[in-house]
Write a protein that binds this ligand. Structure first.
Ligand code: FES
Length: 186
């Protein structure tokens, strides 16, 4: 009985097969590499603390100067910073400040609203013209000075500010709580 004949091997088939194989391998390698780029970018952003903290310590726009009349009364404003990750860019609240201007004074005085004792938000009490912390009853004068007896180890944290183009900018920073010295959290 005659065996089925083998398909004839044409010259160059081997070379063609090798080319196809290398093309497939290259496609897999390049595809994998392209897929890794966004993942690596996301990981770099996630792991890069400097990038995350780059907004802290910058001069951030808080409010128009007209929003703080020079009557000595502190006004509270949220601090909003731009948050950037691998895929999105958005504005997020990162804290709050009190700003006031004394009569006839253009330059504002700015205090962090975070209590230096343990980090609660301090509230302004207009009838007594003082700040009070609801968590453990620390009290502060309107200029941020501590009113004894208070569990807070220091006065409210003052923040640098400036006016640019009619806008109040504040250098927003976080400080360690529970310490007598004002130490910036890096
Ligand atoms: S957190 Fe303000 S008094 Fe404790």
């Amino acid at each position: 009985m005659a065996k089925p004949s083998q398909p004839a091997v044409k010259p160059g088939d081997d070379a063609q097969e090798r080319r196809n194989f290398f093309t497939k391998v290259a496609a897999v390698v390049i595809g994998g590499f392209v897929a890794l780029i966004p993942a690596a970018t996301g990981l770099a952003v996630f792991l890069d603390p400097l990038r995350k903290k780059s907004k802290a310590g910058e001069m951030l726009p808080i409010a128009p100067l007209g929003a703080v009349p020079d009557d000595g009364i502190p006004r509270q404003f949220p601090v909003v910073a731009e948050h950037v990750d691998a895929w999105t860019q958005s504005k997020q609240p990162i804290g709050a400040v009190y700003i006031r201007r004394l009569p006839g004074q253009e330059k504002p005085e700015c205090l962090s609203a975070t209590c230096p004792h343990a980090g609660c938000f301090v509230a302004y009490d207009k009838p007594t013209d003082t700040f009070k912390c609801p968590c453990h009853n620390s009290s502060f004068a309107v200029d941020g000075a501590i009113i004894e007896p208070s569990p807070s180890p220091r006065a409210m944290d003052s923040l640098e500010s400036e006016i640019v183009g009619g806008e109040i900018l504040v250098k927003y920073e976080n400080f360690y709580t529970g310490k007598a010295e004002k130490i910036v959290k890096l």
